[in-house]
Design a protein around this ligand. Structure first.
Ligand code: ATP
Ligand code: NI
Length: 264
């Protein structure tokens, strides 16, 4: 349902008054995502994970240069097609919890997300959406600053999903969540995929992502290091084709192999 073909993202930077240079930040990337699938996208800070999410939704800054193709159910994602898809067929959970409007009650923001998707709901529908992420009805009347970081993140998850998108792109959706809530969110993603939707799960936490993911894509300095079945991340990692993936897996403190040079 999602095909990313030869995608590159760069930025135009100005040096002095006249000189400008284009700096490649991402790609070229080839990634496919099928309905029914959770694809984890992992990589270190600065690898380009959020850039990929922003490219998919067409929300990169104006100095970004994009080439290649992104197709959603065969429709090219571009300026003309994106407004009808994002927030409707494609839901984005942003990385930063500062994207809530501080002056608008949470319930109105959630209701607006549903209306934008063409699926307006009444108060009980809003309460049900909060319930998916273990938030109670009092959140509807609260302003965002009254929410803890973890509650704000779960509200943003409800906002991304209330419109019933076919594709969910979640950028670090479990960061700042306690273990119970992280499990709740990841379990929800798994169910979305099992219903025939698709989830791109962006995270730096490989260990948490593996149990709910079908495949894991590893991004390193803007390049795709490889895509491996989640099941290959087990034992000593010898089922992994990429030395980088193997080193990353073995370096997880949970695996107790100790640090190995990542360039192996
Ligand atoms: N507006 C911009 N102008 C120039 N470079 C940018 C811009 N936005 C991002 N970059 C560069 O793109 C690279 C990738 O950034 P990105 O935010 O995608 O990383 P990330 O993998 O999401 O990291 P994190 O785990 O910290 O969220 C970074 O090196 C960053 O400096
Ligand atoms: Ni990011």
């Amino acid at each position: 349902m999602l095909a990313i073909e030869a995608l590159t993202v760069g930025f135009r930077r100005y040096r002095g008054l006249l000189a400008q240079v284009d700096v490649r930040a991402l790609g070229p990337l080839e990634i496919g995502l099928a309905r029914g699938e959770v694809l984890a996208l992992v990589g270190a800070s600065g690898a380009g994970k959020s850039l990929l999410a922003h490219a998919l939704f067409g929300v990169l800054p104006p100095n970004a240069l994009v080439s290649g193709r992104m197709l959603f159910d065969g429709i090219a994602l571009e300026a003309q097609t994106l407004p009808a898809l994002r927030g409707r067929k494609m839901g984005l959970v942003p990385q930063s919890i500062s994207h809530l409007d501080p002056l608008v009650r949470c319930g109105r923001q959630l209701g607006w997300a549903a209306r934008r998707a063409g699926r307006p709901v009444d108060r009980s529908g809003l309460e049900a959406a909060l319930g998916w992420f273990d938030l109670d009805a009092s959140v509807l009347d609260a302003f965002p600053h009254a929410l803890s970081g973890g509650m704000a993140r779960r509200l943003m998850l409800a906002m991304a999903i209330i419109g019933g998108p076919d594709l969910v792109v979640a950028d670090e959706p479990i960061s700042g969540l306690d273990a119970d809530n992280a499990a709740l969110v990841l379990g929800y993603f798994r169910r979305l995929a099992d219903e025939g939707r698709a989830v791109l799960l962006i995270t730096h936490d490989l260990v948490q992502a593996i149990p709910v993911s079908d495949r894991v894509a590893i991004l390193r300095d803007g390049h795709l290091e490889g895509i491996a079945p989640a099941a290959a991340f087990s034992g000593d990692g010898s089922a992994l084709a990429s030395p980088y993936a193997r080193a990353l897996w073995r370096a997880m403190p949970e695996n107790g192999f100790g640090l190995e040079p990542v360039d192996a």
